[in-house]
Design a protein around this ligand. Structure first.
Ligand SMILES: NC(=O)c1ccc[n+]([C@@H]2O[C@H](COP(=O)([O-])OP(=O)(O)OC[C@H]3O[C@@H](n4cnc5c(N)ncnc54)[C@H](OP(=O)(O)O)[C@@H]3O)[C@@H](O)[C@H]2O)c1
Length: 313
C-alpha cells in the first residue's frame, strides 16, 4: 500500500462526542486503516474548530495524514435563530481546518448533509446535482463545502449524508422511542421523503474513504445513506414495529400522518432529500445491509446496553 507520507501516522477526528464520531471510535480498531494510523479524537472542549489558535495548539503539526471533520452545529431550527454560530461552526470551522491541512500537507474528509439541496427533485440527487439550500443550516454547511473545495481541491473529500441516527445521542429514532413510551398517540410528517442512515454504516464508509484519501485515490464528493426512500411517518412506523418485536416497546400507540404545513417548525425543510449513493458503492467497501437491517442492529444495540429509554434521549 502506497501512503502519501510514511511519516504521517495520525487521523484526527473532530467533534468526537457526537454520534457519528462515537461510531467511528468504536469501529476504528476493526478497520484496516487502524493498522497504519492512530486515531486522535478531539471533543469540542479539547479542540474548538472555530478557533485557529486551538487548532494550531492541539494538532500535531507533522503527523496528521487525514482530518475527519464530524464537528457541526446540527440544530436545524436553532440555526434559524443563531445564524452566527451556525456559520461559525459549519463554514468557518471547515475553512480553518482546510487552511491547517493545506499548510501541513494533510487531507481533509468533511462530513456534510442532504440539506444542501432544495428538495424539489423527484429522483435521488447525484453527486453532480446543484446545491440550493433552503435553510440556514443547509446554507452554512454548503458554505463549509465550498471552503473545503476551494482550499483543498486535490486533497479533500466531502461525504454528504442524511437522517443520521445511532443507539445513543439526539436523533429521530431515540426521539420517537421516547415519545412512543411517554405519549398516547403520535403525529408524524408524511410529506418529507428521506433516506435514513445509521451512524455505524456511515462510519464504515468514512473509514474506507479516509484510507483511500491517505493512498491518494479518493476524490471530491460522495453521498451515503442506507438505501431507503421513505417518509418520516414510514420511518416511525418501522421503528415502532421493530421496537415492539424486539421488546423495546410494550405498547403500540396510534400514529397519524401529518403534513409539514400542519407541523410547526422554524426551519423550512426539503420535501425530498434522497441522495444517490451509487458512486460510493462503486468506489469503496460499503455496508450492504438494507436500511431496515441497519435499524434493527441499532435497536438491538440499545437492548445490549440495557438502555433506559426514558433517560438521556
Ligand atoms: N444528525 C443528522 O441527522 C445529520 C444529517 C446529515 C448530515 N449530518 C452531518 O453529520 C455530521 C455528524 O453529525 P452528528 O449527528 O454526529 O452531530 P452531533 O451528534 O451533533 O455531533 C456534532 C459534534 O460537534 C461538536 N461541535 C460543535 N461545535 C463545535 C466546535 N466549535 N468545535 C468542535 N466541535 C464542535 C458538538 O459538540 P457539543 O455537542 O458539545 O456542541 C458535537 O459533539 C455533521 O457534519 C452533520 O452536519 C448530520
Amino acid at each position: 500500500m502506497k501512503l502519501s507520507s510514511p511519516l504521517k501516522n495520525s487521523v484526527v477526528l473532530t467533534g468526537s462526542s457526537g454520534q457519528l464520531s462515537q461510531s467511528i471510535i468504536k469501529l476504528w480498531s476493526s478497520h484496516p486503516i487502524s493498522m497504519t494510523h492512530t486515531l486522535l479524537p478531539f471533543s469540542k472542549s479539547q479542540l474548538d474548530i472555530t478557533d485557529p489558535k486551538s487548532i494550531d495548539l492541539k494538532l500535531p503539526s507533522k503527523d496528521v495524514a487525514v482530518l475527519i471533520n464530524t464537528a457541526a452545529y446540527t440544530d436545524v431550527n436553532g440555526a434559524e435563530i443563531n445564524h452566527e454560530i451556525s456559520y461559525e461552526v459549519n463554514a468557518l470551522g471547515p475553512e480553518l481546518l482546510s487552511k491547517w491541512a493545506h499548510n501541513h500537507n494533510a487531507k481533509l474528509l468533511q462530513v456534510s448533509t442532504d440539506f444542501v439541496f432544495d428538495g424539489n427533485a423527484s429522483v435521488p440527487y447525484d453527486i453532480y446535482a446543484t446545491p440550493n439550500p433552503i435553510n440556514i443550516y443547509g446554507l452554512s454547511k454548503r458554505k463549509g463545502e465550498e471552503c473545503v473545495i476551494k482550499k483543498l481541491p486535490e486533497s479533500s473529500s466531502i461525504v454528504r449524508t442524511s437522517a443520521l441516527y445511532s443507539s445513543t445521542g439526539k436523533n429521530f429514532v431515540n426521539t420517537m422511542l421516547n415519545l412512543m413510551i411517554t405519549r398516547d398517540s403520535l403525529s408524524v410528517i408524511d410529506d418529507q421523503i428521506i433516506s435514513p442512515t445509521s451512524s455505524n454504516s456511515l462510519a464504515k464508509v468514512l473509514m474506507s474513504i479516509a484510507q483511500k484519501l491517505v493512498e491518494g485515490t479518493a476524490h471530491k464528493i460522495y453521498h451515503w445513506n442506507d438505501g431507503g426512500t421513505l417518509s418520516w411517518y414510514d420511518f416511525a412506523t418501522e421503528i415502532q414495529k421493530e421496537a415492539l418485536s424486539l421488546g423495546l416497546l410494550t405498547t403500540r400507540i396510534p400514529m397519524a400522518r401529518v403534513s409539514s404545513r400542519d407541523y410547526e417548525s422554524i426551519a423550512q425543510r426539503p420535501s425530498y432529500s434522497v441522495m444517490d449513493r451509487g458512486k460510493t458503492l462503486t468506489n469503496f467497501e460499503c455496508p450492504k445491509e438494507s436500511w431496515q437491517t441497519q435499524l434493527n442492529t441499532v435497536l438491538k444495540k440499545k437492548i445490549e446496553k440495557n438502555s433506559h429509554l426514558t433517560a438521556g434521549l
